[in-house]
Design a protein around this ligand. Structure first.
Ligand code: ME8
Length: 531
């Protein structure tokens, strides 16, 4: 009997592709970091992962900005797309590809999708008359508008203009039942629940056919067979998710990763992803993605980010000021994913000093520096384990399942809560066992306690890798865990640390943060005595 290799599970994760008319800010950084944590987690958990991000480069906004500057639109795209590519790098994002909608592969992909929709009878030519917001790149019904001081406004506050032109339409109105069926039969498709309800009731209220081409500007992908028209920017944008896998070719990646996909988006663009996108895909005879998660909105020190307030923060500055791992941790720890969050200097400072330096970093430094000082830097052999030792180690062994459950719901703070319950238990353990006292009274027991702490920390560091990759790597180095033994497959007893292993000299992994003008006290690295 031949042994069949176990197929590797696949996981496809995408960020929205970002508009090139804006510079990247903390909101863009947030989505990219969240996707990166998901991608790293799944890779460590044995999945074959594809992580895609990129830029959305067509549309009237870019055309207008280029005309104002007197440059060709592609010049603006080239420059600003690079800012987003640089940002992904600066955030430590492990994206496998970066897509630009101006690339030839994407033009072909969109045109192929269009042809399929047309061949399947879902696109027809008519005339559009209605309200359009350039800022949102969206059409609005009169009933959705409010009156502003200078004219009508979209629900987002963006100005709208009256548009009348020949346009192709997609028969969205016919997809209401199919969409409701999709939501009801797959309640995981839209998350969190509040967004599910919002989308479901929007669709239940009835859908109108969607204008999917424009003729009044030309910065877009030509409609195949009628290049007086360019495609509506959202058909163009959404299609990036399959272009990234090689569509329209039936590539191996298309087979492996579609539809094993999670589209991570901000709550502002949920309708496009949960209504239009599945309808386009079903219309083209393709399967719909597994899940769309809409996260919340960040404000800065209590204020909405806006160009007029000039308060959008450059994420590069945040990385420089607080540290990359610290920023990644803060953004995913501070608020449950899905809720809105506020970025404040005091908030991030507290997380760095409280969670990272005092609780996690200090736990590691306490026993590592103790081993360095008192045991010549060699990990001791444990003796028989008592109830307290077993309780701590068993809580470590249970962690992977708890973290998996949380990450599969995109509950990043749920993962961190689970990890932190063990960090706290380990801190309580070290205080209770007091190895600094055992050194004189019962050195064999001291050895066991130190070993148990090291083994618990190995679990914590391995599971923290997706969130704080550099710090976790540094800690695993200090525990002498080889690089090829850091995946989740080595969690548990079978791969436990070996007593007698020499450990490198310990160094702090999470320095304390002091606001400008104050001095940091330094990560306390007490090897002896209570905290
Ligand atoms: O909408 N808080 O691009 P975009 C949290 N091109 N997240 C924020 C945020 C904030 N204050 N501001 C932005 C587009 N984001 C389209 C997408 S996808 C096929 C096309 C994040 O540059 C959030 O993920 O306006 C939001 O959905 C995305 O940036 C919007 O980026």
């Amino acid at each position: 009997m031949s042994i069949q290799p176990v197929p590797q599970p696949a996981f496809y994760i995408t960020t929205p592709i970002y508009y090139v008319n804006d510079k990247p800010h903390i909101g863009h950084a947030y989505t990219t970091i969240a996707c990166d944590v998901m991608a790293r987690f799944k890779r460590l958990d044995g999945f074959r992962v594809k992580f895609l991000t990129g830029t959305d480069e067509h549309g009237q906004k870019v055309a207008k900005a280029a005309a104002d500057k007197g440059v060709p639109p592609i010049a603006i795209c080239d420059q600003n797309s690079q800012y987003f590519r640089d940002l992904a790098k600066a955030l430590g994002a492990t994206n496998d590809d970066f897509i630009r909608t101006t690339e030839q592969r994407h033009v072909e992909s969109c045109q192929a999708l269009w042809r399929r929709l047309e061949d399947n009878g879902h696109i027809y030519l008519d005339k559009y008359a209605g309200w359009y917001s350039v800022r949102d790149e969206a059409f609005f019904d009169e009933s959705e508008l409010t009156q502003g001081p200078n004219g009508k406004l979209a629900p987002t506050g963006a100005p709208v203009e009256w548009v009348e032109e020949e346009s192709y339409f997609f028969d969205l109105s016919k997809w209401q039942d199919k969409l409701l069926e999709l939501y009801d039969s797959n309640t995981d498709f839209i998350a969190p629940k509040s967004r599910f309800n919002e989308v479901r009731s929007f669709v239940a209220g009835g859908l109108r056919d969607l204008s999917v081409s424009r003729t009044t500007f030309s910065w877009g992908i030509p409609v195949p067979g009628n290049d007086r028209h360019i495609m509506y920017v959202w058909i163009d944008a959404l299609t990036n998710y399959i272009t990234g896998l090689g569509h329209p070719q039936a590539t191996e990646e298309m087979k492996v990763f579609w539809p094993e996909s999670l589209h991570m988006v901000g709550k502002d663009i949920i309708r496009f992803h949960c209504v239009y996108w599945p309808a386009f895909l079903m219309g083209a005879g393709l399967t719909v993605p597994k899940r769309v998660f809409a996260h919340g909105w960040w404000t800065i020190e209590g204020q909405k980010m806006s160009k007029s307030l000039g308060n959008a923060i450059d994420p590069h500055m945040l990385v420089e000021k607080y540290g990359l791992d610290q920023l990644r941790y803060f953004l995913l720890r501070e608020v449950p994913f899905g809720n809105d969050g506020d970025f404040s200097e005091s908030g991030i400072g507290q997380r760095i000093n409280g969670d990272l330096a005092n609780e996690f970093g200090n736990l590691a430094q306490r026993f590592l520096s103790f081993i360095a000082k008192n045991l010549g830097g060699v990990l001791p052999e444990p003796g028989p384990l008592n109830e307290d030792d077993n309780a701590l180690l068993e809580s470590c062994h249970r962690l992977l399942d708890q973290c998996r459950d949380a990450i599969n719901q995109q509950s990043f703070n749920g993962v961190l809560d689970a990890i932190w319950s063990v960090v706290r238990a380990a801190n309580v353990y070290v205080d209770k066992q007091a190895p600094w006292t055992l050194r004189k009274t019962d050195p064999a027991r001291m050895n066991t306690v130190l070993y148990v702490l090291a083994e618990a920390t190995r679990h914590l560091a391995i599971l923290m890798q997706p969130f704080v990759p550099a710090a976790a790597a540094k800690l695993l180095d200090q525990l002498a865990v080889p690089e090829d033994r850091r995946s989740f497959a080595v969690l548990g007893e079978a791969h436990a640390l070996k007593g007698g292993t020499p450990l490198p000299a310990p160094q702090g992994i999470f320095p304390r943060y002091a606001p400008p003008g104050e001095t940091a006290k330094g990560e306390t690295a007490k090897g002896e005595g209570p905290k």
